[in-house]
Each structure stands twice: as structure tokens, then as C-alpha cells.
Design a protein. Structure first.
Ligand SMILES: [Zn+2]
Ligand SMILES: [Zn+2]
Length: 254
């Protein structure tokens, strides 16, 4: 079985054909889908998809750095009240994103620290989103060394040194469609990283792998990521599936 550790299947992009999307993924061996939260506007859809696919779809809870705006304190309060109400697979996606907007950098840091504190308190893994902020995010994680903080750097696309730094903190690298993009350089990095540090993701509907780059991404396309990792590491697709699934189950207790 393959686990898609990061897929936004609850978004409106999938509203008209979600059953077929899940079916197609199942036909490719994808048996579990972990759903990262974005902000409160999507909570209802997120939880509804989980309810419709018990044992297959698992919700995370958290405030995405791109949704950290003027109302971030209200958003964080809602995250906290959900965490007290029920169990989630992880706190995510949370992190730092300096690509789109730098207006709320301080608030992004504050939100990240707050949500990491909750992860420790509720004994949950974190799923980190970092864009143009990999090193800054690694620095934050290092502040929590020895506290049993665990999780995934989702959509990892940094340098080999970034990858080694992340691995040294005990975090996993979430690898998706970007590895199929020639200009990303990610395949060369992953070639030198042990499979035991990697989990698979799509980040659907975004970051569609080649040969469908530019179209809507979906979880069945994770097979192109599996193929690419197998190719660069010169191992079988089965081996990639086996080890990455074991890693994912190690992170998510659900
Ligand atoms: Zn993300
Ligand atoms: Zn995402």
C-alpha cells in the first residue's frame, strides 16, 4: 500500500469527482490519504471528507502560514478548540512562507511556535510548509531539540545540506511531484538520501508531476513520484512503497 501523506482532496477542485479520484488512487495502490488543514474556511469540507472515508482519509488541524493574516489569533483559537475536541492525525500544515507575502512574518513565527507547543502538548506530529524559508524553519525546529518534536518537512525542495540538517533533527522529507521537474535539482539530492528518511505526498491539487504538470494533481499520480524515486535510487518501485509506507505509519499513529 502507498500512503499519500499530504493531499488536499477536500478542496472544491475535487467537489464534482471525489469518489472517482479516490477510486483511481485505490487502483494505483494508494490506501490512505492524510489531509492537511489550511484555515477555518475549509474545516467543514475537510472533516466531511474524513467522515465519508473512514479509515482512508485522516484530517490534520492547523493554520497554514499563508493564512496568517490580521485575524490569526482568532484562527489559532479555532485550531486550539478543535485540538481539545477530538484527535487529529497531525498539526499541519504549519510553517513559514516568505514567497507570497512578508507582511505577517512576525505573526507567522508566532503561529508556528504556538502550534509546535500544542503538538508537544497533544503528542502529535507536525507537518511543515516552508517556502523560501527552509533554513529559517530548520532553525525553529532545532530550538525544540530533545523535546520529542517529530514530523515532516512537506514538499521538501532544498539543498543536500538542508536535507541532511532536517534528517539530523529526526524529521522526514515529504517528496512529491517536484522530483519529476528537471530544473528542480531534487532528484540529485534524493539520490543521496536514505529511503528511511522519506515519505510520499502529492499536495494535490497542486504540484502535479510530469507527465501531467500544469493539470490538476490527484493522489493516483503519486505513482510518478514512486517511479522517479525508484529510478534515481536504482531500486524497485515496490521497495520505495514498502519503506515510505512504513515511515508514514511511524509518523501517524492513525
Ligand atoms: Zn504546503
Ligand atoms: Zn499542502
Amino acid at each position: 500500500m502507498i500512503i499519500d501523506t499530504h493531499t488536499h482532496l477536500y478542496l472544491s477542485d475535487f467537489a464534482s469527482d471525489i469518489d472517482e479520484v479516490i477510486k483511481r488512487a485505490g487502483d494505483e495502490g494508494v490506501g490512505k490519504f492524510y489531509l492537511p488543514a489550511i484555515d477555518s474556511a475549509e474545516t467543514e469540507n475537510l472533516l466531511a471528507l474524513e467522515t465519508n472515508y473512514p479509515g482512508k482519509c485522516f484530517a490534520m488541524m492547523g493554520l497554514h502560514p499563508c493564512s496568517v493574516k490580521e485575524n490569526y489569533k482568532d484562527e489559532l483559537n479555532m485550531v486550539h478548540s478543535w485540538l481539545q475536541k477530538r484527535k487529529f492525525a497531525a498539526i499541519g500544515e504549519i510553517g513559514l512562507d516568505f514567497y507570497w507575502d512578508k507582511t505577517f512574518i512576525d505573526q507567522q513565527y508566532q503561529s508556528l511556535h504556538q502550534q509546535i507547543e500544542w503538538a508537544l502538548q497533544f503528542d502529535l506530529p507536525v507537518v511543515l510548509h516552508t517556502r523560501e524559508a527552509v533554513q529559517e524553519s530548520i532553525d525553529v525546529i532545532k530550538e525544540y531539540a530533545g523535546k520529542n518534536l517529530r514530523g515532516i518537512f512537506h514538499c521538501f525542495s532544498g539543498t543536500l545540506q538542508n536535507a541532511l540538517d532536517i534528517i539530523s533533527t529526526g524529521f522526514y522529507l515529504g517528496i512529491g511531484g517536484v522530483i519529476t521537474y528537471k530544473n528542480s535539482g531534487l532528484a540529485e539530492v534524493i539520490k543521496q538520501i536514505d529511503l528511511k528518511n522519506i515519505v510520499l505526498e502529492t499536495d494535490a491539487p497542486y504540484l502535479t508531476p510530469v507527465p501531467f504538470r500544469g493539470k490538476r494533481n490527484e493522489s493516483s499520480y503519486i505513482k510518478y513520484v514512486v517511479q522517479k524515486i525508484a529510478e534515481v535510487k536504482n531500486i524497485s518501485a515496490k521497495e520505495v512503497e514498502k519503506v515510505t509506507t512504513r515511515n508514514a505509519m511511524n509518523i501517524f499513529s492513525a
